[in-house]
Design a protein around this ligand. Structure first.
Ligand code: ADP
Ligand code: MG
Length: 359
């Protein structure tokens, strides 16, 4: 049975988000030290929606994604709090055997390095077939035909021939396409893609973005992690900006790009260099309460410290665009932040992503 029918069977309201995460906290304990890798993260992903998680290296994007289906290594990680509801299923409370079934079948992961998804000793066709047969009750011939269709769908030229090739016969970009084909073979409802375009060169990156954009039109929900704002600009419906294990700003992509509000988002956008794709790295000790960015923030005031992170205040009168920054509280004046120039306007960020094939 495919996604929508199953959802109907679950008796859930089709208007309910497909994925809903509340107050997720995943802490990592190493040698007496606890890293609050994810520290109170809440967000939804609706059916057919593409949500992008952005933020510099170490901000907790991967641990968030890996917590959802329980693939984060436990220990050292521990999901200490939070609820994860996927199509009405409480993922954080399910036994590993149930989670294992949902992984792949209904929620698929794609990682930065396609090697992790590919076995060098089997042909790509065998691997797509296996992914299909593991989750769908079909015979070998049907599975092979479907495998070829899947390879075609992700843009593998001459798929009917290439199906019998081994992974080493494919270029890096093509390997990532095959990894995406394997992920999509069981027809999942949600694709979690963690930096899928980071390990490949710029041309291949553009092609993968194009492929992901095609997929977004197919009703698939996508949670996409990237630190590349070009990728965000060209694919996201909504954006979540993460810093220090917390979401600091969230909103529809146009609103957030037109009017980035949180000082961290503005710093991220300012430091963006479309060519180098350099990641900012989290530096020094990050506070474990209040605004996590306050030690780096040029506007930091006393109110930025405190128990939890600052409330999410609406930006520009829009309820859908919010920033967790005390300057946007109704009683305060955000002028100092707003008037400080952003060196790199996001309107200028290139969203041109088309390229030629790399096969
Ligand atoms: P991102 O994906 O945003 O770059 P991660 O989610 O990988 O960041 O990491 C969040 C934080 O958790 C970082 O401080 C990182 O060092 C820490 N972390 C992640 N995995 C481990 C691990 N296996 N052991 C120790 N610390 C980890
Ligand atoms: Mg990561």
């Amino acid at each position: 049975m495919t996604g929508p029918d199953r959802r109907h069977d679950m008796g859930t309201n089709p208007d309910d988000p497909l994925l809903s995460i509340e107050e997720l906290r995943t802490h990592i304990r190493t040698q007496g030290e606890t890293v609050r890798a994810v520290d109170g993260v809440s967000f939804d992903v609706a059916s057919g929606e593409t949500v992008c998680l952005v933020g510099e290296s170490g901000s907790g994007k991967s641990v968030t994604c890996e917590s959802l289906t329980g693939i984060v290594p436990r220990p050292p990680a521990e999901i200490v709090r939070g609820s994860i509801s996927f199509d009405g299923l409480p993922l954080a409370d399910l036994p590993e055997s149930d989670l294992c079934q949902i992984r792949g079948d209904r929620i698929a992961h794609v990682f930065q390095n396609p090697q992790s998804a590919l076995d060098p000793v089997y042909t790509v066709g065998d691997q797509v077939v296996e992914a299909i047969k593991l989750h769908r009750d079909v015979g070998s011939d049907v599975a092979r035909e479907r495998a070829i269709d899947h390879l075609r769908r992700v843009g593998i030229p001459r798929a009917e021939e290439r199906v019998d090739d081994y992974p080493h016969k494919f270029s890096g970009g093509m390997r990532q396409r095959v990894a995406i084909a394997i992920a999509l073979a069981p027809d999942p409802d949600l694709l979690i893609a963690d930096e899928p375009t980071t390990a490949v060169d710029v041309t291949v990156q553009a092609q993968l973005i194009e492929l992901l954009r095609d997929l977004t039109g197919s009703g698939l929900s996508i949670l996409l992690v990237t630190h590349d704002l070009r990728v965000v600009a060209s694919l996201a419906d909504r954006v979540l900006v993460m810093y220090g294990g917390t979401i600091v700003e969230r909103g529809p992509v146009e609103e957030l790009f037109d009017n980035p509000a949180h000082p961290y988002t503005r710093a991220l956008f300012e430091s963006y260099d479309g060519i180098a794709r350099e990641e900012r790295s989290v530096r020094g000790e990050i506070p474990s309460d209040g605004c996590r960015f306050r030690r780096e923030c040029p506007y930091s005031i006393e109110a930025c410290a405190g128990d939890g992170q600052p409330e999410f205040y609406p930006i520009g009168g829009r309820q859908s665009h919010r920033a967790s920054c005390v300057y946007y509280a109704p009683e305060r004046d955000p002028t100092p932040i707003v008037e400080d120039g952003r060196g790199n306007s996001l309107a200028e960020i290139e969203t041109e992503t088309r390229g030629s094939d790399d096969d």
